[in-house]
Unconditional design. Structure first.
Length: 660
């Protein structure tokens, strides 16, 4: 830098520069950058508490499947009002081996180990594939968008069917309550979504023990009825499943669509990985959830063998009439908790999509100081509630919603399997033939389940497909619009190296203070700075080009949070890095910038934002439609000052219109 003729503040003795007092730094940032980040502190929750919380949040969805999975699988077979012992054993065998192959082998044993710095889900897996490939891949990105859109479709249906199925049980206690099923369901769901802002940790503290009790009751009821008909244990033999499918070819597809209801919630298990961690989720599955589900399904089968009259609702028929109100109450509480699994997963998925540039900015609020994955996104929360209310009013019963359930889940699972196979191959962990040997059998089962669910497309199965198409189109439009504006901006912007050299000899007026100009590209001069020079003819004594970079990992290491480089007497470049599962907080990260070498006075600092308003100008066609969707989403995006946590009283915005 000795070639510059003038000496700017970045080249002077740093000891003479105004510095922030420690009291002016956010204490959380101070702890973060000194190695005691609240995110990385030893978890205040014990392992037992995390495990119980995982039971309540992660397994809430799959834990309520006994309410309707076996019942719906029986319907096509028991059209005449009776079923044979062989049919019962065949259905039970299908349920058991579906849980073993899909949930235990694929998700618990394999996918929970394929994490991106502790985070899971479709988009975390996509980023790992993207890193393994080493470049952008449109087909892989398309898979990620499809998977994420289908997951959001599932997140709308799950709360509706779970709560409806439990509240309908009240009709068994008092038939007069049937007219109140829908209003009661809507009231419960409204209360559930209203408490989301309190955070997963608070909810898990309440929900965990209730769900542990629910699984214990499921196991106890199942064991009680198994002792009355122990022959149902033969269902562990997969021969019964094969015999059923070969002997009931006319209804096999319909049955498989219902059997798949037993594993809905498995994708939420992977998406919620960042909330509780791998070990608590695995321990909860093997110590409680898996045994309880097995015992209860076997118990329902044993009851049907001994009492064919229990076909209509085998779970609630497992208890004496006097205990039915207690079971209905507990089931209602369990289904409210079941909805929590996909809601938490939707928040995690939403944040990852925002950080990866697939959705517009939304305000993200952290709800726990010691768990970085526990967040609340109000926009997603209320959009989910609106969708859930619409489904309840449209379908009225859990039986009707069962036809709409399954397509989104199976589609998401197939996408997950495809991305997992790509990761195994492109990361060099396994050669392609061996990866196919491992993944293909599970994927083949999932494809069969998808085909069986597609038979319900006209009976309500179109709902998740439509939801996924709308969300997928929105994500495509946002990604395409962002890339288009960036490409056009690159053709117009000035390289920062040449700009820094030109400013060394410029006659522009230098004003005191520090100015941060946000720029998506650290190699070019932001348009806000060029507009400021053009119209105001001033340059701040310290002009910092600030770039906020989203890494392809969930959490950025404190050591890589900030990098600072002097470009000229009055020009410098600062890059702040955040993981795709983090909320970018510039105010806190400035502490890291200070330690990286930037010295500034907080009272003489201004942040300049360039707001680009997209204007649709293209020819009529599908691209113009996507551009209009992008323009609409842009207007709905959260204010960048709030999203990046900039000090509100020190932000100046300069706008411009950009044609798309």
């Amino acid at each position: 830098m000795t070639s510059f003729k003038t000496q700017g503040p970045f080249l002077r003795d740093e000891s003479r520069l105004p510095v922030l007092d420690e009291d002016e730094l956010d204490i959380a940032d101070y702890l973060r950058e000194e190695g005691d980040d609240p995110v990385t502190l030893p978890a205040k929750q014990t392992f037992a508490a995390l495990t119980i919380g995982a039971v309540g949040v992660v397994y809430g969805d799959i834990g309520t499947s006994p309410l309707y999975a076996f019942r719906e699988a029986l319907r096509p077979v028991a059209a005449g009002g009776t079923v044979t012992p062989a049919e019962v054993l065949g259905l039970l065998s299908l349920l058991i081996w579906t849980l073993i192959l899909i949930v235990t082998l694929k998700y618990v044993f394999f996918l929970l180990r394929v994490d991106n710095r502790g985070e899971g889900g479709i988009l975390a897996l996509y980023t790992m594939v993207r890193l393994a490939i080493g470049r952008r891949s449109i087909p892989v990105l398309s898979l990620a968008i499809i998977g994420a859109a289908l997951f959001f479709g599932d997140a709308v249906i799950t709360p509706a069917i779970s709560v409806l199925s439990a509240v309908e049980g009240a009709g068994l206690v008092m038939p007069a309550l049937d007219a109140w099923v829908v209003p009661a369901t809507l009231g419960i769901l409204a209360g559930l979504f209203a408490v989301q802002r309190r955070g997963t940790k608070t909810i898990a503290r309440t929900f965990g023990p209730i769900t542990v009790l629910w699984f214990s009751v499921l196991a106890g009821l199942g064991l009680w009825h198994i002792l009355k008909a122990p022959e149902v244990l033969a269902a562990f033999n997969p021969v019964w499943a094969v015999a059923f499918l070969t002997g009931h070819q006319m209804v096999a597809f319909a049955v498989l669509g219902a059997v798949f209801l037993a594993v809905t919630g498995a994708e939420a298990l992977y998406a919620d990985l960042g909330h509780f961690g791998r070990r608590p989720i695995m321990v909860a599955w093997f110590a409680l959830v898996f045994p309880a589900l097995m015992l209860n399904y076997l118990g329902q089968g044993a009851l049907v063998l001994t009492d064919p009259g229990a076909l209509s609702n085998p779970l609630f028929a497992m208890v004496p009439p006097g205990a039915l109100p207690w079971l209905v109450t507990l089931a209602t509480a369990a289904t409210v908790i079941a909805a929590q699994a996909v809601i938490s997963g939707a928040f995690s998925m939403g944040r990852a999509a925002i950080q990866l540039g697939l959705l517009p900015r939304m305000m993200i609020r952290h709800t726990a100081a010691d768990q970085s994955g526990q967040i609340y996104i109000g926009t997603i929360n209320w959009l989910l509630l609106a969708g859930v209310v619409w489904l309840v009013l449209a379908f009225q019963t859990s039986e009707g919603l069962a036809h709409a359930y399954g397509i989104a889940v199976t589609g998401t699972m197939i996408v997950t399997s495809a991305l997992a196979c790509l990761y195994l191959v492109r990361s060099g962990l396994l050669p392609l033939p061996l990866a196919l040997v491992i993944v293909a059998p599970i994927a083949a089962i999932e494809i069969v389940f998808l085909m069986s669910n597609l038979t319900k497309i006209m009976d309500g199965g179109f709902v998740p497909v439509v939801i996924a198409l709308v969300l997928g189109a929105a994500m495509c439009a946002w990604w395409r619009g962002t890339q288009t504006i960036l490409a056009k901006s690159h053709r117009l912007l000035v390289p920062i190296d040449g700009f820094a050299r030109s400013m060394a000899d410029s006659s522009v007026h230098i004003v005191p203070g520090t100015a941060f100009f946000l720029s998506p590209d650290p190699e070019v001069v932001p348009s806000a700075l060029l507009h400021n020079l053009k119209h105001n003819r001033v340059l701040h004594e310290q002009t910092v080009i600030l770039t906020i970079e989203t890494l392809r990992v969930p959490l950025a290491d404190p050591a890589e949070r900030a990098s600072f480089q002097v470009m000229g007497p009055h020009i410098a470049r600062l890059t702040l890095r955040f993981g795709f599962m983090e909320t970018p907080n510039v105010s806190r990260a400035l502490g890291a910038a200070r330690r990286a070498g930037l010295k500034f006075d907080v009272m003489r600092t201004t942040f300049f934002l360039g707001r680009r308003r997209p204007v649709v100008t293209g020819p009529v066609g599908w691209k113009r439609i996507l551009d209009r969707v992008y323009a609409l989403l842009y207007r709905m995006a959260a204010d960048p000052s709030d999203f990046y946590h900039l000090p509100r009283d020190r932000v100046v915005e300069l706008g411009e219109r950009v044609a798309v």
